[in-house]
Design a protein around this ligand. Structure first.
Ligand SMILES: [Mn+2]
Length: 374
């Protein structure tokens, strides 16, 4: 190799290093690279598409579902910040007390618990993580819905006027928000990154859940950098421990800590989720919950009610399903005749379990629609 070629090589290497550094910096900062006018133009067009958001007098409240989980709460805060960056008067809100896991994420991120909204009537509302009146705060039917951001099936909420409606079949609403920041060319601050990271980890079970996509994996990588969380494993471990801690909670509080209601075929049904570390603990928890299921059922206006206890052992998902009463049991076993075991209290689903979003609700909804209310 002569000197000239060698010199060229060095310059090429220096150029490549500069480009890599610039690209890395731009990605790390989550901003649109200066070199890409096409991307800048796209970001401007995306921002422009939000200009005519139809807002009535007063602020926009960004709010998730009742029995709020980490995805719902963190998404509300992160999306309210995005709307503010776009020039709107937006405020995050919650519908009910937050759980331990969410409290831990907020505390780590250094963010306050959003204000609690009791009644949505007459307010501008941007819904995140749900589109179902039965899961929404009181008065939603009389609210002015300005937008919906979700990763579930299309619910009952409807409007006559134009809205922002963005739904994607991915692991977390927080991942959609991460994508929106990218698409609008907006920077994600460290606090927001911390919130979104916690939410994606929580909703995807650290990227192991059935709804996880490449977008969720990339979001976790990027958000961990922006949040300066160097040990994601340890952060998730702590979240998981908090989510498993039912210390000092009554059976009723556990049943309703992550509880959602649905409508299908003229019926209403509710499913509460709980977590456990192994099958022994699941059996203990299922007898504790079973004792109060009738009372839980009586406290809500539903036709059927269930509690589901999930375990993730060596990457395998197992679910224990408890029926509130005889009628709930009859319909359940007709819709799901292929359970692996019934231990006298719970129907056990091994080999992937019976995920609420991925299997339980879609299959049960189809069943009820095929056997509607007389
Ligand atoms: Mn979610």
């Amino acid at each position: 190799m002569n000197d000239k070629t060698n010199g060229n090589h060095i310059w090429l290497i220096i150029l490549a290093l500069c480009l890599t550094a610039a690209g890395g910096y731009a990605l790390g900062r989550n901003s649109v690279p200066d070199t890409s006018t096409a991307q800048q133009q796209l970001a401007e067009l995306n921002r422009a598409s939000m200009e005519r958001l139809i807002v009535e007098e007063g602020p926009i409240y960004v709010i998730g579902h009742c029995s709020p989980d980490s995805d719902t709460v963190c998404s509300a805060i992160a999306y309210a910040r995005l709307l503010k960056l776009l020039g709107f008067d937006a405020r995050p809100a919650v519908s009910g007390a937050i759980n331990r896991e969410t409290a831990y994420i907020l505390q780590q991120a250094g963010v306050q618990i959003p204000e609690e909204l009791i009644d949505a009537s007459g307010l501008n509302i941007f819904l995140v993580d749900h589109s179902e009146y039965s899961q929404a705060v009181e008065g939603m039917a009389d609210a002015h819905i300005v937008g919906i951001l979700d990763h579930h099936g299309i619910g009952t909420v409807s409007t006559g006027h134009q809205v922002v409606y963005e739904a994607r079949p991915i692991g977390a609403t927080a991942t959609i928000i991460w994508l929106d920041y990218l698409n609008y060319g907006l920077d994600i601050d460290q606090q927001t990154a911390h919130l979104l990271l916690g939410a994606v980890l929580s909703d995807t079970g650290y990227l192991t859940g059935g709804t996880t996509t490449q977008a969720d994996r990339q979001a976790v990588k990027n958000l961990a950098e922006l949040a300066e969380v160097s040990d994601v494993d340890a952060f998730y471990q702590k979240l998981h421990e908090e989510s498993l801690s039912y210390e000092g909670m009554t059976a009723m509080e556990i049943i309703f800590s992550d509880y959602k209601e649905y409508e299908a075929g003229g019926f209403r049904f509710g499913i509460g989720l709980a977590n456990s570390i192994n099958e022994d603990k699941s059996r203990q928890l299922s007898s504790l919950l079973a004792a109060d299921m009738e009372e839980a059922f009586a406290s809500r206006n539903v036709d059927y009610m269930y509690a589901s206890i999930g375990i993730r052992e060596n990457g395998e998902k197992i679910d224990y399903i408890i029926c509130a009463n005889e009628l709930s049991r009859e319909v359940f076993t007709s819709a799901f005749p292929n359970y692996d075991e019934f231990d006298g209290t719970a129907y056990i689903f091994r080999n992937g379990g019976l995920g609420r979003k991925t299997r339980f609700v879609p299959v049960f909804t189809d069943y009820l629609n095929a056997h509607p209310h007389e």
